[in-house]
Design a protein around this ligand. Sequence first.
Ligand SMILES: Cc1cc2nc3c(=O)[nH]c(=O)nc-3n(C[C@H](O)[C@H](O)[C@H](O)COP(=O)(O)OP(=O)(O)OC[C@H]3O[C@@H](n4cnc5c(N)ncnc54)[C@H](O)[C@@H]3O)c2cc1C
Length: 476
Amino acid sequence: MTDTTLPTLEKSAVEEFRTEFRGELIEPGDEAYEEARTVYNAMIDKKPALIARCADTADVIAAVNFDREHGLALAVRGGGHNGAGLGMCDDGLVIDLSRMRGIRVDPASRTVRVEGGATWGDVDHATHAFGLATPSGIISTTGVGGLTLGGGLGHLTRKCGLSIDNLLSVDMVLADGSFATASADENEDLFWAVRGGGGNFGVVTSFEFRLHPIHTIIGGPTLWDLDQAPEVMRWYRDFIADAPEDLNGFFAFLTVPPGPPFPEELHMKKMCGVVWCYAGPGEKADEVFAPVREFGPPALHGVQAMPYPVLQSAFDGLYTPGLQWYWRADFITELSDEAIERHMEYAEVPTLHSLMHLYPIDGAAHRVGKTDTPWSYREARWGMVIAGVDPDPANNERVMAWARDYWGAIHPHSSGGAYVNMMMEEGQDRVKASYRDNYERLAEVKRRHDPANLFRVNQNIEPREVNARGSETRPE
Ligand SMILES: Cc1cc2nc3c(=O)[nH]c(=O)nc-3n(C[C@H](O)[C@H](O)[C@H](O)COP(=O)(O)OP(=O)(O)OC[C@H]3O[C@@H](n4cnc5c(N)ncnc54)[C@H](O)[C@@H]3O)c2cc1C
């Protein structure tokens, strides 16, 4: 792999670049620099040599060419939410897509075209006006770019699949500066690779998604006391397996936030819960939620009808930008009674914002084959994430130790790999474990389209190398 530290940029080179660039070029010392280099996770403190805040695809092409010609490390910033801070780099060039957020809904074909720097809040706002939605995550400020390219788990996974299962095409700028559209009928290798392979293959300037007729959902949390958690987990494990696909529900260990809509007696209480999203026919909702009501008395059953974007943004106020985040993740196929016992050792999350979530992966997401996209763990039943989170850096050691130890206790009960979007920088073995048998095919697509590994600030797929005799070698 090539070195990611960089030569100092020549002033004249930047000035020449500026003449062909429509957006903003932001350098250290510029007024906008500090804000522009800040990402969602405040634990990340990277200082790029230049930030190219692109206005359009032509700017992206110019920036990719400039980067390649000057041998700089290159990061691509979509929504800036990545836990490991992979939308930012030290010393190199950042292609910042935050100005490219245009959206065009086509209600007739039920599709939406979204520029590469949009957030899910932008998309929900645009599509909701037409009574339509596409699967995303659970926080509206997350970027469409990173979330989609890594897979996309959220409130609609069981009903509609992952975000990548609803991706119809992408427009991309490749490492050589060329432009490509990739879909099921065009540049099929790239289309396969971008559906889970992350930002390894180029800068996606726009995404086209399939939309579903989803306007109002019935959702919200059901919360139980922590001492009921083993029983709740066992019930949830069995219930969600056979629940109608219109119902999604992710399990959580959490602290109840100290404010409305939560009743005062629950404020700051450590609890367990399930956050539901029912997107089926309203008249069936009572029947679908009956087992939830019938299972033991919850401390709170806060489920109600609401516009889909309200649920999508319900946690935005709690998880504002600027918190310190440390992530660990794994796929879970069996949630055994023994694993539940291990969970209970860490169930009391250390701070208000720290969490453990189990996002269901079944229903529509299970109907896509393991090799149909790079997202290999189609047989897994949950994407588990453990996040140690707090506003105060003084608590970093404590929340990180909790997340590491918790993960260490559960990992032996996991499927091995993890969802790439919920990992820190954990090394090549972890990346390979996450793609399993699909890694080699990804490495071959990477060799074809980015042999010099220009796009390497990500969960990196190293290009497969072929020697003079035509046999394969692996890069050091
Ligand atoms: C609070 C929070 C909640 C989350 N909830 C969910 C969830 O519910 N479901 C889920 O699946 N994930 C979730 N995630 C994880 C999220 O998917 C990843 O953090 C993802 O990387 C964020 O994408 P981004 O564009 O905001 O990030 P960035 O930091 O901008 O980018 C992340 C990576 O994607 C690449 N990238 C981004 N945009 C492009 C593009 N247009 N072209 C090429 N490469 C690009 C970057 O180069 C980088 O490698 C959550 C994250 C946070 C912080």
